[in-house]
Design a protein around this ligand. Structure first.
Ligand SMILES: Nc1ncnc2c1ncn2[C@@H]1O[C@H](COP(=O)(O)OP(=O)(O)OP(=O)(O)O)[C@@H](O)[C@H]1O
Length: 728
């Protein structure tokens, strides 16, 4: 028995004992399946994480898995066991049949929940945080997507445990220079240089989650990552508006405001927050959530419908940039927490934002999809005629409708014949508000195609984002990332989760650019070689610069040898061009943050009274944060410079020669960007070196003065003594 009274069964660590059924969730780093634990016939959830994407070694992961299996609280999803299958980590956990609060909002409550529901959900999540914090853990990824509900309405905080600690040590990156985390939910101190962060970062995320549950989306969720980061640092904290959010009580507003204090020391602990009046009258979720869970279709059907909706949205947009927007939007709203700092991606996302506009309401995608009609009732979809799929089963997995036809997302070639709206009836007779929206475009050439022949399964390997895909040039890995979801669906499940867990989570073509050699090189503005390197280079291990926890950054080694060739005059010229970055105080400060070997303060380093075991983690932490900030700046720098280059090109070019010229331009911009980055680094180092020189000179001067002072003092002493002798 566990401490909270739950029975502690043992689960085998043999993958053949788990029969994977439907996909019920996908996140930035994993795909989650409903599964049967064959020895007891129990339904469980199996989360499959791609080990290739984390830097921890297996021993570390195993050790952490053991520790984490000791987590025992009714509001925390426990990892029953975990084991490695090929290059995938399987984490077995209880199946939360109603999925996440995010799922629920996306499918049925796009504008958020009523206050009593929010109170019930948040109270349980807060109990989980209290438990984790008092046991010395920080969750680091609190958000609606990680608050899970079971069929009885019980609430548990998920995504903690092996996967979390795995990424504490490693990182959740999927490419170099990829900053990973959940920007909308991230506390300012997580982004702020110097001070580090603690469990209060969870309280901030908890406050953001409260807003998410109240509005159906997190604040700033419409903005691209970079903007979210800057807004979090520079703006007043988000909150419940006294006018716009009149439907919410004063105590709710007050509770949110307490959590979202920018100064972490001013935020309450979970324990204290639980005593807030807002939670006093919160009903047990088993009672209050009953009404909102009644009559929903099974989780996997909802997930499938959401996936199709995402696909439909994507298909509607034909231009690459438009695709990027659509996906960025859907990824944000879905709450997927990984993204990259790819400049083109950021630009595409930024292109849909007008600086001074009010943040658009989170309805855009719903409106797009409202114009769609669909051929088949999605509720009739089933997986492979209802057959379950075992890990070892090579049977093809298809999305089948009741007539044995299957649905696949098809590229430009298919004629879409979609005429019947989807709707689900709730048990109480009310039509589900949201499922009617999960349609597929009738007007788009890209869309859902009804294929009458099963023989075609697997042949159709189209991409969601063909317009921006250089299919002939891209590597297998690259193509893999672009392969449409339907293709993924037609693969055997065992293959799918073993080979590319992340691919299912990220079918976002826009995040990948042409000419990139592999998925690993999604965003590599800091490169020592020209252009985007080849795939072999991409496979080389990135230089990982981590911030503790999920908020991590990777950076590639910079070939400083190249820097030596750059004339100093250029450096100085370039540095003034790069100055806009200094506009932001917080960003500007970061520019000087790069530690230069040999320039550490001697007093601190030589302080032998502080044991190195204590000092080292602090230094590492500092180093990691500093590196992160550097990457951030460099990405900002790239983004600004690239925008300039592209703007210039667009202004001066005829449309005919534009494509070819654009290629040259992009290449030139890339090389130029790298050069500028190297220059920037060199400039920082040169500055540091000159400061060191100044310091040394000052020290020497100081010593000289000290000697002179001593000499004067000695002389005075001697004079005094002589005088005394004379007097006596
Ligand atoms: N035990 C479970 N039972 C049912 N569904 C689950 C379970 N665990 C996770 N899910 C679903 O799978 C989704 C993705 O899971 P999870 O958040 O753990 O993946 P992730 O890759 O860590 O995602 P992210 O990094 O975006 O948080 C969840 O949002 C949830 O909807």
């Amino acid at each position: 028995m566990g401490k909270n009274g739950s029975e502690r069964r043992s689960y085998s660590a043999c993958h053949a004992d788990y029969q994977l059924l439907e996909e019920v969730g996908y996140g930035a780093s994993a795909t989650v399946f409903r599964a049967i634990y064959v020895p007891t016939n129990e339904i469980v959830a199996v989360k499959c994480l791609d080990l290739d994407r984390c830097n921890s070694n297996l021993d570390d992961i195993r050790r952490e898995a053991q520790t984490m299996s000791l987590i025992d609280h009714p509001n925390v999803v426990r990892a029953y066991c975990s084991f490695v299958v090929d290059r995938t980590l399987w984490v077995v956990m209880p199946f939360m049949a109603e999925g996440s609060c995010l799922h629920l909002m996306k499918t049925s409550y796009p504008d958020g929940f009523e206050e009593p529901i929010i109170g019930s959900i948040l109270k349980e999540a807060l109990k989980a945080l209290e438990y984790l914090h008092t046991h010395g853990h920080i969750h680091r990824d609190v958000k609606a997507g990680n608050i899970l509900l079971d069929s009885s309405g019980r609430v548990k905080l998920g995504d903690f445990g092996v996967s979390a600690c795995m990424f504490d040590k490693g990182d959740r990156q999927r490419s170099r220079n990829t900053f990973v985390g959940t920007p909308c939910w991230m506390a300012p101190e997580v982004l702020q240089p110097g001070n580090g962060y603690d469990f209060k970062a969870d309280i901030w995320s908890f406050g953001i989650t409260a807003l998410e549950l109240a509005h159906g989306h997190a604040p700033f969720s419409k903005y691209p990552p970079m903007k979210v980061l800057l807004m979090t640092l520079q703006n007043a904290p988000p909150g419940l508006d006294y006018d716009r959010d009149r439907r919410f009580s004063k105590s709710f507003k007050e509770m949110v405001a307490m959590c979202l204090a920018k100064d972490q020391t001013k935020r309450p602990t979970a324990e204290k927050l639980l005593k807030h009046s807002f939670f006093k009258h919160a009903k047990p979720p088993e009672l209050s959530l009953k009404s909102i869970l009644a009559g929903l279709p099974p989780l996997w059907e909802r997930v499938k419908a959401l996936q199709l909706k995402d696909a439909a949205q994507l298909a509607l947009k034909k231009m690459p940039s438009a695709e990027q927007e659509a996906l960025s939007l859907s990824e944000y709203k879905r709450g997927v927490s990984a993204w990259n700092f790819d400049i083109d991606d950021l630009k595409a996302q930024a292109s849909m934002i007008q600086e001074d506009d009010d943040p658009p309401e989170a309805k855009e995608d719903e409106e797009i999809v409202r114009a769609f009609v669909v051929d088949k009732d999605l509720s009739s979809l089933k997986c492979n005629s209802g057959k379950s799929i075992c890990a070892n089963d090579i049977a093809c997995r298809e999305i089948e409708d009741s007539n044995g036809k299957y649905l696949s997302i098809k590229d430009e070639t298919s004629e879409t014949k979609l005429d019947k709206p989807v709707s689900y009836e709730r048990g109480d007779g009310c039509e589900n508000r949201r499922y009617v929206d999960d349609f597929v475009p009738s007007t788009s050439k890209q869309g859902i195609e009804l294929n009458h022949s099963k023989g075609d399964v697997g042949k159709k390997q189209k991409t969601y984002s063909s317009p921006c895909m250089p299919s002939s040039n891209s590597s297998l890995a690259d193509r893999g990332r672009h392969v449409e979801r339907s293709e993924v669906e037609t693969q055997p499940v065992g293959e799918k989760y073993k080979r590319d867990v992340r691919r299912t989570t990220n079918f976002s073509g826009p995040l990948v650019l042409p000419n990139r050699a592999s998925a690993n090189s999604l965003s590599a503005p800091i490169r020592s070689s020209g252009g985007y390197g080849d795939s072999s280079e991409d496979k080389s291990k990135p230089n990982v610069v981590q911030i503790k926890g999920r908020f991590s950054v990777t950076s590639e080694n910079v070939d400083l040898g190249k820097v030596q060739d750059i004339p100093l005059g250029t450096i100085l010229r370039r540095s003034s061009q790069a100055s806009p970055l200094r506009k932001s105080a917080s960003v500007g400060d970061w520019l000087t943050a790069k530690p230069v070997p040999g320039n550490q303060h001697p007093k601190e380093l030589n302080n032998s009274s502080v044991p190195s075991s204590i000092l080292m983690p602090h230094l590492q932490n500092l180093f990691q944060q500093t590196s992160f900030q550097q990457d951030l700046i460099m990405n900002l720098l790239n983004s600004l410079q690239q925008v300039d280059v592209v703007d210039a090109s667009q202004a001066g070019m005829s449309s005919q020669g534009r494509n070819a010229d654009n290629d040259i331009l992009v290449e030139a911009a890339t090389t130029e960007r790298e050069r500028l980055l190297l220059i920037k680094i060199y400039e920082l180092e040169a500055r540091m070196s000159s400061l060191t020189d100044e310091l040394t000179a000052a020290r020497i001067r100081h010593n000289q003065l000290e000697q002179e002072l001593n000499a004067v003092y000695c002389r005075e002493e001697e004079d005094r003594r002589n005088e005394e002798i004379e007097e006596t």
